[in-house]
Design a protein around this ligand. Structure first.
Ligand code: SF4
Length: 289
């Protein structure tokens, strides 16, 4: 089914019904708010205005952003602030671990901006944060969504040595659109990182957005490329334009098409596929451990 696109006054494409969500509900955010503010911590749940926040927080999953909130890259789909990041906070690993304990997080997802400004790309802070969470909350499972470290596998190894349960690295889009959507990133470098993770026996996961102009055949080719790396888990969600400075939505993929992607992806061999309009990288992440 094809959804006819209509433009709003501000130049955004009007969202179809299946993307309209009620963001607020009765869940007690206050306590969590204090914990995060106290630790000057960022969650992508909040900075990304994720529609799944309450469902995830209720199920004891939250995604923390480490290494600050200013990125050295300029991906055209992303609303994170770009520019010169602040120095890394050596105390951050302990603060994250404290928040995980205070928020009773069962499944902790860590992500970060890309720190091409740091000699090790931030790999040491990544490793220290994983170790701190494991130390303070040994029953919490840990999933990390890492940048590409410019394909430097010795840095990826540093993070692997901290023994997270799942390592995710997002391709974000299909090969043809990568230069437009992710600018500094390279499709093959991302595949190399995922292959390296799988070769070390760690569960590898990736995610893409659709609605940026890709074809179904390109989505299936991306699935094949990911499976060739040993990646077992994929998330597929609708790209939503965060601001007028970001890429415009080219199409709203229907729920029926997302179901089709899931069916075909499972037939191709993925162990887990989350494929729905509002799916984000860490949606139902606790199920993938
Ligand atoms: S590297 Fe990540 S945080 Fe940075 S602009 Fe791209 S998507 Fe956003």
């Amino acid at each position: 089914m094809f959804y006819r696109l209509k433009e709003t006054k501000r130049g955004y494409l009007r969202k179809p019904d299946w993307l309209r969500t009620r963001l607020t509900d009765a869940y007690d955010y206050a306590g969590i708010r204090d914990v995060l503010d106290h630790g000057t911590l960022h969650t992508i749940c909040e900075s990304g205005r994720c529609p799944n926040k309450s469902e995830c927080w209720k199920s004891g999953t939250a995604t923390f952003m480490i290494l600050g909130d200013i990125c050295t890259r300029k991906c055209k789909f992303c609303s994170v602030t770009k520019g010169k990041p602040l120095p890394a906070d050596a105390g951050e690993p302990g603060k994250i671990a404290g928040a995980v304990v205070a928020m009773k997080i069962k499944h902790c997802v860590l992500t970060s901006v890309t720190r091409d400004d740091l000699p090790d790309g931030g790999a040491s802070i990544w490793a220290e944060t994983i170790e701190a969470v494991k130390d303070r909350s040994p029953y919490t499972t840990i999933e990390i969504l890492i940048p590409d470290f410019k394909g430097r596998t010795q840095l990826v190894q540093k993070v692997i040595d901290a023994k997270p349960d799942v390592i995710s690295h997002n391709l974000e889009t299909v090969r043809r659109l990568t230069p437009l959507v992710r600018i500094e990133a390279k499709y093959d470098i991302s595949l190399k990182v995922l292959s390296f993770i799988s070769s070390k026996g760690i569960k590898a996961k990736s995610g893409i957005m659709v609605g940026l102009g890709e074809t179904d055949d390109e989505v299936y080719q991306t699935m094949d490329d990911l499976l060739d790396t040993g990646c077992q888990i994929i998330t597929i969600g609708q790209y939503l334009q965060p601001s007028v400075y970001n890429l415009q939505v080219k199409r709203y993929v229907t729920p029926g098409d997302f179901d089709k992607y899931k069916k075909i992806g499972l037939e191709k061999g993925f162990k887990f596929i989350e494929s729905q309009p509002l799916v984000r990288s860490s949606y139902h992440a606790e199920k993938h451990v």
